[in-house]
Design a protein around this ligand. Structure first.
Ligand SMILES: Cc1cc2nc3c(=O)[nH]c(=O)nc-3n(C[C@H](O)[C@H](O)[C@H](O)COP(=O)(O)OP(=O)(O)OC[C@H]3O[C@@H](n4cnc5c(N)ncnc54)[C@H](O)[C@@H]3O)c2cc1C
Length: 568
């Protein structure tokens, strides 16, 4: 047996999105039955997501599982490893991954390494956005948004307080690029078509807002089509908040840099991406060149026109994590699926050429067209130089994306979803499949109420950052609390209504603990039990048992077993 068959060249592809899956697909096709090259794809999920259809999943037009394909099914000739890339040892040519139920650290050797890791969602510079905004990047985001919107409609239908109802019926999307515009269009369709089931909601009470930093939405499109998209959305009642940037978010509002705020319980943030940490760390380790766009470093690998990382033979970058010179000679290739698929084809051919010592080819592709769906049977599109808007563009959009979906089974399923959607109302079943998180961080802006006097106490709060003011109309007391202080303990312990209102006086981050978890912790941790007994003695002497003995309101042992804890 020849040495090359015993020790095949190992091509390792990092990432299972458009770039990774299509590189593996083209590579295994080109290699055919060759046994001297081994291809392995590493990704965190075992499925590939067709992201352009996510807004339709969020709007309930397509079933969630119809826009995903198992990676093993798409690239049966490549090895697949479901794992998380932890780091890369460039000296030893090994990728370190954590894998398996125990998340063991394992090394995966490579000869050729392809970076297809995309970008990650990153809201860190906007206080409260990570905690309160919904993203639109993967399947879970779309699924969560659909259920959240239907929940808001259910709550609004029975909400007596007009302000609270207004916030429940206000839907805000940040980002006027493709994903933001498509998301607000689809959201508007979902809500509008569902309203017939909610007789206590007046359609005039519903509000949709699109917040965008520039004056023009869809800046990647020709100006006439951007304008057409804007007019179509405005006709449907979408308010354009242009030239505005999100500064912060809380559970019930979005705050803008210009001082305005929008009361809402549904905030979808499609802006805020960052380089993948693995890409960042590889760039920081040196040896790779960082790509630049308009003179600004963009934390992506600068590549040659062959897709090889500049100055690093054997390393390749494709898709959103790559800065590939545009074949037009101006700037870089755009971070789109359309380009990632074509880049993958060139990259696969050049990897084979590199292994065989053959000359490599340059990436050459001109976008065939540009399309954006706006929901409710309209879209804007430019294809082969022809501009369209409205129904015709929508039909073109659906045809193109149906053709692009990988696999006949998925195509048939999506075609069936779309056909049924033409004749039947949207399904308004609200599924509560996500495990309830008992512990979470909330962000509040100055002046916002965190709890109101009279509400039933279901949560305990620990201030992580900032300051709050506690005021009671019955006792007339006014107290200020800061970092590492708790509030809300009495109502939670006694299962009564709040005896005070708590408002943020500065921007505050607050850790919220559910009543069930708080009780379980106090019962099982004597230190915590003593702490709260002392706190209650100081803060609420009026409620102390006669003689100032131990506080009876505190739950007592026996300790709760972990299984019971989970059930509670
Ligand atoms: C809502 C939405 C709509 C869009 N609409 C369009 C459209 O209409 N047309 C268009 O052309 N483009 C569209 N795009 C853009 C397009 O989807 C992206 O350009 C494309 O997905 C980029 O592919 P990628 O493979 O480079 O990155 P990604 O798709 O982000 O894939 C990255 C992969 O790397 C994996 N990964 C990341 N870190 C690790 C790690 N540490 N360990 C293991 N695996 C890891 C991830 O799990 C993922 O599989 C849209 C995007 C979104 C979000």
């Amino acid at each position: 047996m020849s040495d090359s068959v015993q020790n095949p060249a190992r091509v390792v592809i990092l990432g299972g999105g458009f770039a990774g899956v299509y590189t593996a697909k083209y590579l295994t096709k080109l290699l055919g039955r060759r046994r001297d090259v081994e291809v392995e794809l590493l990704s965190e999920e075992n499925y590939f997501v067709f992201q352009p259809l996510l807004p339709e999943v969020a709007a309930g037009g397509i079933a969630a599982t119809h826009v995903v394909n198992p990676i093993r099914e798409l690239v049966p000739k490549a090895r697949f490893r479901c794992c998380s890339v932890a780091s890369i040892d460039f000296e030893k040519k090994q990728v370190m991954v954590s894998q398996g139920a125990g998340l063991e650290l394992v090394s995966v050797p490579y000869d050729q390494l392809v970076f297809c890791l995309g970008k990650v969602t990153h809201f860190a510079n906007m206080p409260g956005v990570a905690e309160h905004a919904l993203a639109m990047k993967d399947l879970a985001d779309a699924f969560r948004l659909r259920n959240h919107v239907l929940r808001c409609l259910e709550l609004a239908d029975i909400e007596p307080d007009p302000d609270a109802k207004r916030a429940l019926l206000s839907f805000v999307v940040a980002g006027g690029g493709f994903s933001g515009v498509e998301t607000i269009g689809e959201l508007a369709e979902l809500v509008t078509r569902s309203l017939c089931y909610f007789p206590r909601i007046d359609p005039a009470e519903v509000r949709f807002s699109l917040v965008h930093a520039q004056q023009r939405i869809l800046p990647e499109m020709p100006e006439a089509l951007s304008l057409a998209a804007r007019q179509i959305l405005e006709r449907r009642g979408v308010e354009m908040v242009l030239g505005a940037r999100v500064r912060a978010a809380s559970p019930s509002a979005v705050y803008l840099h210009d001082g305005r705020s929008l009361a809402t319980r549904t905030f979808v943030c499609t802006v805020g991406t960052a380089p993948n940490p693995i890409v960042q760390s590889a760039l920081a380790q040196g040896g790779f060149t960082q790509a630049e766009l308009n003179g600004r470093a963009i934390s992506a690998f600068a590549t040659e026109p062959t897709l090889e990382c500049a100055g690093r033979p054997g390393y390749w970058a494709v898709g959103d994590c790559a800065g590939i010179p545009s074949p037009t000679g101006q700037g870089l290739c755009p971070p789109t699926a359309q380009f990632a698929i074509r880049e993958a084809k060139t990259c696969a051919a050049n990897i084979v050429a590199a292994i065989d010592g053959q000359p490599k080819s340059r990436f050459a592709f001109r976008a065939l067209g540009i399309l954006a769906s706006l929901g409710q049977r309209s879209a804007v599109a430019e294809m082969f130089g022809v501009r369209m808007s409205g129904f015709l563009a929508w039909f073109a959009w659906r045809t193109v994306y149906l053709a692009k979906l990988p696999g006949w089974v998925r195509r048939l399923r999506v075609a069936l979803d779309w056909t049924l959607d033409l004749f039947f109302p949207r399904d308004i079943t609200q599924l509560q499949v996500f495990q309830h998180e008992h512990l979470h961080v909330h962000h509040y802006e100055p002046g916002e109420a965190i709890v109101r006097q009279g509400q039933v106490g279901r949560e305990l709060y620990l201030i992580l950052k900032g300051e709050v003011e506690v005021s009671s109309s019955t006792s007339g007391k006014l107290v200020r609390l800061g970092a590492r202080e708790v509030f809300g303990e009495r109502a939670v312990l006694e299962d009564t209504r709040r005896n005070a209102t708590v408002c943020a006086t500065q921007a505050a981050d607050v850790l919220v603990l559910s009543r069930a978890d708080f009780h379980a912790m106090v019962q099982n941790l004597p230190v915590l039990r003593d702490y709260f007994a002392d706190l209650l003695r100081v803060r609420h002497p009026d409620a102390m048992p006669a003689g100032g003995a131990a506080w009876d309101g505190l739950p007592k042992a026996p300790a709760v077993a972990p299984a019971e804890l989970r059930a509670s």
